[in-house]
Design a protein around this ligand. Structure first.
Ligand code: HEC
Length: 177
């Protein structure tokens, strides 16, 4: 098992820290500590524990992605690259007896379109027909005829009973004229 402190840190210290310290952070990346290295840089995690082939750090030190690291200096020796690759493939452990490093969070590859409500009444935002259902913690709107309710997540409820008849107010009768 590769020993990070004894076999990897010395390479980083000598070849990378000049530009990837906590102060300099070229490309947003600090390699000053084990935790920093796992944090990654501007393009996200530079190390994918268990997967050197998908680790940006390996792409950079091999020159698969330009500019090759260390930038404008002699590349790492094949032995140094092999050590780092093996360390990552063994799980990028902090010490030979530590557990494998946790996987960095990744955004899901496919974004899904939100489902839009099937019907949106014109007065969706009108306060007169908009209600808040405290017990359910959700909002809804009435259809103009009062027969349907559409919840904010798009569900539609249909009333079973007809709405009460419209009461026609008579004009006040004025006496004594
Ligand atoms: C002389 C300065 C210098 C040295 C030394 C150096 N780098 Fe860099 N590094 C940079 C610069 C500048 C960038 C940003 C440039 C870019 O991404 O195009 C960078 C970017 C990176 C990135 C990409 C970060 C990201 O998220 O985009 C990685 C990974 C990296 N370096 C690894 C290393 C490793 C490992 C070493 C040591 C073996 C090293 N670098 C040594 C200057 C340096």
């Amino acid at each position: 098992m590769i020993d990070f402190e004894r076999q990897i840190e010395p390479i980083i210290k000598e070849r990378c820290l000049e530009c990837h310290s906590q102060d300099k952070r070229k490309g947003g990346l600090s390699l000053a500590t084990y935790a920093d290295a796992l944090d990654g840089g501007r393009n996200g995690p530079a190390i994918r524990p268990g997967n050197a082939a998908r680790s940006i750090l390996i792409h950079r030190v091999t020159g698969a992605v330009e500019p090759q690291m260390p930038k404008d200096e002699d590349p790492l020796t094949p032995r140094e690259v092999a050590l780092i690759r093996l360390w990552i493939n063994q799980g990028a452990r902090r010490t030979p007896t530590s557990a494998r490093a946790p996987q960095p969070w990744e955004a899901p590859l496919a974004l899904t379109k939100p489902v839009l409500p099937a019907a949106v009444w014109p007065d969706w935002n009108a306060p007169t027909s908009r209600i808040w259902i405290e017990a359910r913690g959700e909002g809804a709107v009435y259809s103009p005829d009062g027969m349907r309710i559409q919840f904010d997540d798009g569900r539609v409820w249909q009333r079973e009973v007809a709405p009460p008849p419209v009461v026609v107010r008579r004009a006040p009768v004025v006496y004594g004229r």
